[in-house]
Design a protein around this ligand. Sequence first.
Ligand code: AMP
Length: 299
Amino acid sequence: MSLLVVGSIAYDTVETPFGKVEDSLGGSALYFSAAASLFGPVNVVGVVGSDFDASKISFLKKRGVNLDGLYMESGKTFRWGGRYYEDMNKRETLFTYLNVFERFQPRIPEEYRHSEYVFLANIDPELQLKVLEQIQKPKLVVLDTMNFWINGKRAQLQTVLKRSDIIVVNDEEAREMTGEFNLIKAIKRIVEYGPKSVIVKKGEHGAMLYQDGKFFFAPAFPLEKVVDPTGAGDSFAGGFMGYLAKTDKTDFANLKKAIIYGSTIASFNVEDFSFNRLKTLTMEEIEQRVELFKELTAF
Ligand code: AMP
């Protein structure tokens, strides 16, 4: 399997009703890799500042994450701050300091250029395009984005959409992208922009897949305590793509299974801050929860 992710590597400051962490490890590329590496190797492309403590990501190296595409530039690492309240489906961004990300130009190492599965995490669509230009014939391109780019770089985002097979968005982003409030109409409009399949993440209400006129709904795992939702979207994407890359099948039936694996890993991730839960997560624990997922939906 060859799986590539380009995205942020961050120091996050996060406050939830269960506590606060400051400058803890985060970023879309790392949450994705921590999840996907449970299935097989992952190639990471990203940038950190000279203040980055590489020993913090040694657990990823041990799991087969290739960090040859992780560049260290002079300056500070990307920083993000967010706060969650009782309703964990909504979050408030307190600050975003791009720092070294501001001048980042992704260079894909030679050995990554044949990656078959590519995840373009939520970064500037211009950078996402630069990544695609350096990859030879990927089998599956999955795209993530956010309101900031939907509003700020719509034309560039449209170009990336044309070259993507699957887009992962939340319901708010799907509405903002299309101007359609009805989610089904919004999904069908997004397909006209380019991607064959659309995944809509609905936080504690699960995820929804659309492809070729067919829908699939997956619930979120019922948890009594969500400690920190940060990285739920990226660990979902990591589990989803890790499973696809490992099984090397992209038909609708396999996409459905991949969504269950993605949802399972995301449900573990939110049980603790930062990577505290993903660090120790095992395939055995994942399989046990996947079985519970089956019982949740079988009738
Ligand atoms: P998620 O909760 O899955 O949407 O992703 C959370 C991660 O995204 C955090 O660890 C942040 O460091 C990172 N993040 C937040 N805003 C941005 C942004 N504008 N660009 C790149 N990464 C971001």
